[in-house]
Ligand binder design. Structure first.
Ligand SMILES: Nc1ncnc2c1ncn2[C@@H]1O[C@H](COP(=O)(O)OP(=O)(O)O)[C@@H](O)[C@H]1O
Ligand SMILES: [Mg+2]
Length: 230
């Protein structure tokens, strides 16, 4: 699903955020990416999303070679992934329904299909009763669930989350990860960046540890042992 081959990212100010990173993520895998602030985690995701381009090396996501992506391919490329951010990024002037529907309208879905899908997604994240609330009327955890519903709107093969539990309480964080686990069990690849080591320890999943732009550890059997080494 994802291949990084010898990827280096140097920003224009000469900061090297990733150094010769090579890794594979298989379809249907669930991967946590952890590491200290500044380790390169967000840069890794931005490269994956084609928001930044590598200084050297190459990246493949699904059937797309990102170095050769044409402008026409970009919307197709993006449609295969749903993205969740720490700060939710909901549209304040739209209600919950429209925040989710918007993601489908931009790809030309029919209103009838949108109604069905939004209804399904709001049930999935347990927010049906908030359909017509605005983001400022919701708790952090509720806003994050709306953001997840929006990320799922176009049935992505891949979910990318950058510290999605950063602004929500521990119980809600665990529920969020469990929702990701369920999506993963039904076939969605998940790449989740997190600071929450206690969360990661809880699950026996692959953990990639970034340190100073390098992959310091990559494995899945004993994530707690890996994290203690940090
Ligand atoms: N747009 C940018 N321009 C210059 N330096 C950046 C930019 N984005 C991130 N960096 C630097 O790259 C390094 C990695 O940042 P980042 O990927 O955001 O790390 P993390 O998400 O792990 O905290 C840091 O030193 C950061 O200051
Ligand atoms: Mg970050």
């Amino acid at each position: 699903m994802i291949a990084f081959r010898d990827v280096t990212k140097e920003y224009p100010n000469k900061t090297v955020a990733l150094r010769r990173v090579s890794l594979h993520i298989a379809p249907r895998e669930f991967v946590f990416v952890v590491g200290a602030s500044g380790a390169g985690k967000s840069t890794f995701l931005k490269l994956l999303l084609h928001e930044e381009i590598p200084s050297s090396g190459s990246i493949r996501v699904g059937r797309f070679e990102l170095n050769n992506l044409t402008p026409r391919q970009i919307p197709l490329f993006r449609r295969q992934m749903g993205v969740v951010f720490q700060d939710f990024r909901l549209i304040a002037t739209m209600d919950v329904y429209d925040n989710i529907a918007f993601a489908m309208r931009v790809v030309g879905a029919k209103e009838k299909d949108i109604r069905q899908r939004v209804d399904f997604l709001l049930n999935l994240v347990g927010l049906r009763q908030k359909t017509h609330s605005h983001p400022n009327e919701l708790s952090g955890g509720e806003q994050q669930r709306v953001a997840i519903a929006r990320a799922l709107a176009n049935s992505p093969d891949l979910i990318i989350a950058d510290e999605p539990t950063g602004n929500i309480d521990p119980r809600m964080s665990q529920e969020l990860v469990e929702l990701f686990m369920r999506l993963n069990e039904s076939g969605t690849t998940v790449v989740m960046v997190t600071h929450a080591h206690d969360l990661v320890r809880h699950y026996n999943k692959r953990v990639i540890i970034l340190e100073n732009g390098l992959v310091a550890a990559d494995g899945g059997l004993k994530p707690s042992a890996q994290i203690r080494r940090q």
